[in-house]
Design a protein around this ligand. Structure first.
Ligand SMILES: NC(=O)C1=CN([C@@H]2O[C@H](COP(=O)(O)OP(=O)(O)OC[C@H]3O[C@@H](n4cnc5c(N)ncnc54)[C@H](OP(=O)(O)O)[C@@H]3O)[C@@H](O)[C@H]2O)C=CC1
Ligand SMILES: N[C@@H](CC=O)C(=O)O
Ligand code: NA
Length: 428
């Protein structure tokens, strides 16, 4: 084979990075792939818009069928984002026997299984490394490098935008709004950043990771999701006083055949390797039976890092085309899903509240936790200057989640408690 022709859908942040790599590293890519890679067409909405990278204007098109139905094109790279159109375009491309690469986690988390089946039926590849943790090669790590092991648990910082926001709020004292605006300017955030800040983007990535790690068909509805919109700078400060860092993490765990997948702001001890992951970086901490604990770290969003995953997928596809083995490596979940019941979930919890600064207030709190058989491991109290209230932060020992939530409700009704909130604390 002398040449592979590529059609690119979308020329935004990641699309620009892909065009840059295809141009700048042309020779290297040819050497690695074993043949020339030719960018045939690029789908845009507006051909006259200024672009950040030089491209022959004749390559641009606003007609997607010039790409999807073009017999010259062997590989489609989908980078327009969103679900409906992307789904229709990829399905058509696969039916037209074109290999597909996508960075679209929204799509893969909801329609991944169906599209992978379609790809296999058409003997086509469907690669999506960039959809989880941008530039970190985590999907191929799960399917190839850890194939021999049994994965038990994954903790992931898998959303660059929220990690960037929490880092900036914590390190530089930036407000939530300013940090979000900065993440948007830098191209990390989704077109609508609601899915970033409300945890949905991270949940989609945990769905994809869970499929590949355990071969279990987790759906988005099975994931308990809480975002970072309620996390304040004070939460970050008081967690720090007790030796913790707040991160938005996804946790996916299999125990006795039951799976629990959740995304929520979580306290990690300052010594935890994930606590040091700053800004738009991502990391996935994997627990597996034989290998033990490993962590995969790097840039989780942004033009260059994400484009590296897309173009590396392209090289794999080109090699598979040369060998005539496209569609042979499709990995589909094989087991049944058994969700873990909430009353079997155990954790430590961090509680932060204001209490009336008067005699007996504090003992009402400790009495409540004692009555509920929840023991406390860390406590912090500080009067608030000029007001009759005190700031209280505490961390429980490991306790049953349902029991804790019931106790928290009672706590919130105590007359001495003004404002209370809680977060989960990761063990270790
Ligand atoms: N940004 C990142 O760091 C990462 C992004 N991803 C994923 O990669 C994908 C692309 O993201 P990103 O590059 O940031 O997105 P952008 O919004 O920057 O770019 C999207 C591009 O697609 C084009 N587009 C959208 N809809 C259409 C349409 N109907 N017809 C033609 N063109 C269309 C846009 O055109 P126009 O320029 O005219 O608006 C734009 O060029 C998404 O699925 C995202 O979730 C994954 C990992 C990291
Ligand atoms: N919006 C996403 C982009 C990469 O997937 C993020 O912030 O992680
Ligand atoms: Na990746």
């Amino acid at each position: 084979m002398e040449k592979v022709s590529v059609g690119l859908l979308g020329f935004g942040t990641v699309g620009t990075g892909v065009v840059r790599l295809l141009t700048k590293n042309k020779e290297r890519l040819q050497e690695r792939a074993g043949c020339e890679i030719n960018l045939e067409k690029v789908l845009v909405r507006n051909k006259n818009r200024a672009r950040k990278v030089l491209i022959d204007n004749r390559t641009l098109t606003t007609d997607v069928y010039e790409i999807l139905d073009n017999p010259e094109i062997n590989v489609i790279i989908e980078l327009i984002g969103g679900v409906d159109l992307a789904y229709r375009y990829i399905l058509r491309a696969l039916k037209n026997k074109k290999n597909v690469i996508t960075a679209n986690k929204d799509l893969m988390a909801s329609y991944g299984e169906e599209l992978l089946l379609e790809a296999r039926a058409n003997h086509c590849d469907l690669y999506y490394e960039a959809s989880v943790a941008g530039g970190i090669p985590i999907l191929r790590t799960l399917t190839d490098s850890l194939a021999a092991d049994q994965i038990q648990k994954m903790i992931g910082i898998v959303n660059g935008t929220t990690n960037y926001i929490l880092s900036k709020m914590s390190g530089e004292g930036l407000s939530y709004e300013k940090a979000l605006a900065s993440a948007q300017r830098l191209g990390f955030a989704e077109a609508d950043p609601t899915s970033d800040v409300e945890g949905l983007d991270a949940a989609r990535k945990m769905v994809i990771l869970s499929h590949l790690a355990y071969s279990i068909p987790v759906r988005l509805d099975d994931v308990k999701i809480k975002g970072i919109t309620d996390v304040t700078r004070e939460d970050i400060i008081f967690a720090k006083k007790l030796g913790y860092t707040i991160k938005l993490v996804g946790i996916s765990e299999v125990n006795n055949g039951d799976i629990d997948v959740r995304v929520e702001p979580t306290l990690l001890t300052d010594g935890h390797p994930l606590a040091t992951v700053e800004n738009e970086n991502n990391a996935i901490y994997v627990y597996s039976a034989a290998l033990g604990e490993t962590m995969y770290y790097g840039a989780g969003a942004g033009e260059g890092p994400t484009a590296v995953s897309v173009v590396s997928d392209l090289i794999s596809v080109v090699r598979n085309i040369s060998l005539g083995i496209t569609g042979n490596h499709i990995f589909l979940p094989k087991k049944e899903l058994h969700a873990r019941k909430d009353n079997l979930v155990e954790s430590k919890f961090f509680v932060r509240m204001h209490i009336k600064d008067e005699p007996g207030s504090f003992s009402k709190l400790t009495d409540l936790f004692r009555e509920q058989s929840i023991s406390l491991s860390k406590l912090y109290q500080e009067p608030i200057q000029g007001r009759d209230i005190a700031e209280v932060a505490m961390v429980t020992h490991v306790t049953n989640k349902v029991l804790f939530e019931k106790s928290f409700e009672i706590l919130n009704q105590l007359d001495v408690v003004v404002n209370a909130k809680y977060f989960r604390v990761e063990r270790g």
